[in-house]
Design a protein around this ligand. Sequence first.
Ligand SMILES: [Mg+2]
Length: 263
Amino acid sequence: MTARFDAYLFDLDGTIYLGDGLLPGAAETIARLRADGVPLRFLSNNATKAPAQYAEKLTALGIPTDPQDVVNTVTVTTHWLRTHHPDAVVFPIAERPLIEAFEAAGIAMSEDPAEIDIVVASYDRGFEYRKLQIAFDAIWFHKRAFLIATNPDRYCPFPGGRGEPDCAAMVAAIEACTGTTCRAVLGKPDPAMAEAALAGLDVDPARCVMVGDRLGTDIELAHRAGMASALVLTGDSSRADVAATAPERRPGLVLERIDQLVG
Ligand SMILES: [Mg+2]
C-alpha cells in the first residue's frame, strides 16, 4: 500500500506536466496510487478547456484519464451555480467550454441586461466592448445583477515566459465601470474548488492531500479547505518562497519530484 491519504488532488501545469511534457515520475506516481484504488482528481483554474480536453491530453501523455477525474473552473462554476443559485439567469463572459457546460446543466443564460441576475466573468479571449456594456447595464443601470469570477488569475503563463491576460483582466474592467466588486471568486484557492473536487467521494478533507507547484493557489487551497498539502518544486514556487511564507501557510510536504509523494 502506497497511499497515505484517502484522496489526492493534483494541480496540472508545473505538477504533472510542464507545457506539453510530462514531468519525471508523474505517470508512475499516478499509476501506483491508482493501483491502491485511491480516488484522484486533477485540478485546473483554466475555464477555456472542457474537462474532456484535459483528460485527452493526460491520456496522450501516458496517464489514462476519465473526464470525471478532471475538475476545472468549468466544473466548479457550474457546480457552484447549481448549488447556490439554481434559478438565476446568468451572463457568461466566457469561451465555449463554460457556456456549453452551463447549457448541459440547464443553467438559464441571457444577453438581455434586464433579465440577468449574475454576470460570470472568465478567461475570455473573445472579450469585447459589447459584453462589457451588457455587464454594465445589468449591474449598474438595472441594479439587479451581481458579479462572480471563475478564477482569480491575472495571467495564464506559457512555457518560455510569455502568457495571456486571464480572468482578472475581465473582472477589473467590469469592476472599474460599475464600482462593484466580485461576490465570489471561484477556482483555486477558493475552497469551492475542493468541494467540487471531493463531491461524491465521501472522504474527510483532513485525510486528503492537495499537490501543486504554487503556494498562493494550490497550497492556500489546501489550507482553506482543511486538507493536507504537498508542494512540488517543479513549477512556480521555490524553497525560498516557502521560507518567505508565514509558517501557518506553508506546505506540509516539500518535494523535489512528484514521485517522492509515494517514495
Ligand atoms: Mg501549477
